[in-house]
Ligand binder design. Structure first.
Ligand code: G6P
Length: 630
């Protein structure tokens, strides 16, 4: 979490920093700050504001921040409350060195004690503040003599400090004594250098750079970089100069607009039909053969020898992975297990052979997912499973993200930029990616007939047009139904089989944006505990789609109704649905593709409940779209 941006060149830095931060605000919005160095006066100005970026913009408008060199930060609080004193940039005691950081310095507490014992005074509760003090201490130790310029001293000081830091970080440093340079460094947290016209930039992610340049150079772990108006120099941890060429950004990094929608989330829910259309056009074009019924970007060799699949993901991506696992097991016949990436890292299962590892992350930046994938690759290499150490697949919406640099095979969901923190169209895109993989594996494994595969393909081709109607219909239904949730404090979502993950996703959406406590549960498990929660004020939303578990889910729904809960069904019209007090109708489709429809009413219901409450739907409290710390 947190986004950092830095710039040095011939233009005033503050407006560029604020523009870059605006494009990084999805990484956190607890506070924001910038620091600039005015070369004429050799003085550093630091402006910080609590809350959203708009507060900082106002402050900078009112008070100014001069200089053609600067650093900026948008914060998602880890250490220390979201208050101004904990906002970045953080400075050393003299106020002449300023640092922005994204990551977690795990040994900050021992470093702080050591620095305090040496007389360094701290002004915040953050882990980051040790860094400017450490740099200041190093600068005092460096013998400043000979022809070497100040910028080399700063570079050397940061390189030495990086040895003292444990954890993951991306940082940018300025010093009022070096208005001709800024220094950047990173370990296990992304940092990209941008080559602009007359300026060099650095940022946590491509959107912050895309407004200025499309020529990008991602930094490697443990590198330190020196940026001046004339060029960049990169060094490894031993101080050896590195030579690498930049590349051109491939993906569309446009800034999205809300058009006429009230919120990005609503716009993105509506965009799901287009996500599905783009996906079917790209991967299911007409004229494919029975032998290769889907146009995924992988050679036959990609599928060779795969007997099992394990999927690592977090949040909504994990729910998509759970639907995927159901499809891969039940339709394609491949044993598949889904893990929370954060749990897998520290308790991986015993190794199994011939296992493909898939990471699912819309942002391509989730720290736990990336670290779990890296750990798995290393573990397999150590055990001699070389083939499957490097045989990993990433499913992402961001072609320029860290996962695409880390994992050799990428499946692009192509949903376009998603701004709302609550994932909607990327979830649908991830589901579609799993339908694609399922078709590929099923046609190879011969677990099902080519007729069954063709049927699934034809059903998928009809999804985009069906979604257009469904979304419009449910926007209205959900708006009305949401009125009944004015005083609701708890909601239970139930589903079974392929729609159990949809119950989880429905509950997560409601929690994230409306702050109503919600739980998703497998319908058959309700009687083993959660049913005790049911009473008149606790609505139950039951996802009941025709298929193997339809009657079972209806019985479970009856059990909830018998406990006085208001029962809302997500089900096709007229199919024994009189049990429901309210119906959120979905088309009668095969159970296999039902999650693509059943999730939509739940997204819209959450949206309207939160909108009625007047909440900040696109930037819910305490959350961030890209979770770059573990
Ligand atoms: C955050 C976001 C969620 C997302 C999760 C995983 O919690 O708020 O919407 O599902 O991270 O993110 P990823 O980028 O890995 O899909």
């Amino acid at each position: 979490m947190c986004g950092i941006v830095a710039v040095i060149g011939s233009r005033e830095a503050a407006p560029l920093l604020l523009e870059g931060l605006q494009r990084l605000e999805y990484r956190g919005y607890d506070s924001a700050g910038i620091a600039t160095v005015d070369a004429a006066k050799s003085s550093l100005t630091c402006k910080r504001a609590q809350g959203k970026l708009v507060n900082l913009v106002k402050l900078v408008d009112d008070q100014g921040a001069l200089g053609q060199l600067g650093i900026g930060h948008t914060r998602w609080a880890t250490h220390g409350k979201p208050e101004v004193r904990n906002a970045h940039p953080h400075r050393d005691s003299s106020g002449g060195i300023a640092v922005v950081q994204n990551g977690i310095i795990e040994n900050h507490s021992s470093l702080r004690k050591e620095l305090e014992s040496q007389g360094y005074e701290f002004a915040s509760d953050t882990d980051t503040e040790v860094i400017p003090h450490l740099i200041s201490r190093e600068l005092n130790l460096i013998k400043r003599e000979g022809e070497t310029s100040n910028s080399t001293w700063l570079l050397e000081a940061v390189r030495k400090v990086s040895f003292q830091l444990e954890g993951a970080y991306a940082l940018a440093v300025i010093w009022e004594e070096t208005p001709e340079a800024l220094v950047v460094a990173k370990r296990q947290t992304p940092l990209l250098i941008g080559f602009g016209e007359g300026e060099f930039l650095c940022a946590s992610d491509t959107p912050a750079l895309a407004g200025f340049t499309r020529t990008i150079l991602p930094m490697e772990d443990d590198e330190v970089g020196l940026l001046t108006p004339l060029g960049i120099e990169l060094y490894d941890s031993l101080g050896k100069r590195q030579q690498r060429s930049p590349s051109l950004l491939k993906g569309q990094e446009d800034v999205a607009t809300k058009n006429n929608f009230r919120h990005f989330m609503l716009k993105e829910i509506y965009e799901q039909s287009e996500t599905a259309r783009l996906w079917t056009d790209r991967y299911l074009p007409l004229g494919l053969s029975d032998e290769a019924p889907i146009a995924l970007p992988f050679e036959d060799s990609f599928y060779e020898g795969i007997e099992r699949i394990q999927i690592l993901a977090c949040g909504t991506s994990r729910h998509a992975a759970m639907v995927g696992a159901h499809l891969l097991e039940q339709f394609a016949g491949i044993p598949t297990t889904v893990f929370y990436a954060s749990e897998f890292r520290y308790a991986p299962p015993p190794l199994t052979s011939h296992t493909l590892t898939i990471g699912v992350t819309q942002s391509g930046e989730t720290a736990d997912t990336l670290a779990a994938l890296a750990m798995e690759a290393k573990r397999r290499a150590v055990y001699g499973d070389i083939a499957f150490a490097s045989h990993q697949l990433g499913i992402t919406n961001r072609l320029e993200s860290s996962i695409t640099r880390q994992v050799p095979n990428i499946l692009d969901i192509g949903a376009g930029i998603e701004v709302g923190v609550a994932a909607t169209k990327t979830f649908l895109g991830q589901l579609l990616a799993f339908y694609g993989l399922t078709i590929s594996f099923a046609s190879r494994s011969k677990q099902c007939s080519s007729k069954e595969v063709s049927k699934l393909i034809n059903e998928l081709r009809s999804v985009p047009s069906q979604l257009i109607t469904l979304i419009k219909q449910h926007d209205e239904i959900a708006e009305q139904l949401s009125q009944q949730f004015v005083d609701v404090q708890n909601v239970i979502f139930i589903g079974r089989g392929i729609n159990y993950p949809i119950a989880l996703e429905g509950a997560l959406k409601l929690k994230e944006i409306s702050y109503i406590h919600a739980e998703g549960y497998p319908a058959g498990e309700m009687k083993h505990g959660p049913i005790a929660l049911l009473e008149r004020r606790v609505p139950v939303i039951s996802v009941a789609t025709p298929g193997v578990v339809f009657d079972k889910v209806l019985s479970n729904a009856q059990e909830a109704k018998a406990r006085d809960s208001q029962l809302i069904g997500v089900a096709p019209e007229g199919r024994a649905t009189e049990v429901f007090d309210a119906l959120l109708p979905i088309p009668e489709v095969s159970e296999w593709i039902s999650p693509l429809f059943s999730v939509v009413p739940l997204q819209l219901l959450s949206y309207h409940i939160a909108a009625n409450r007047g909440l900040d739907i696109d930037q819910p409290r305490n959350l961030a779209k890209s979770v770059t710390v573990e």
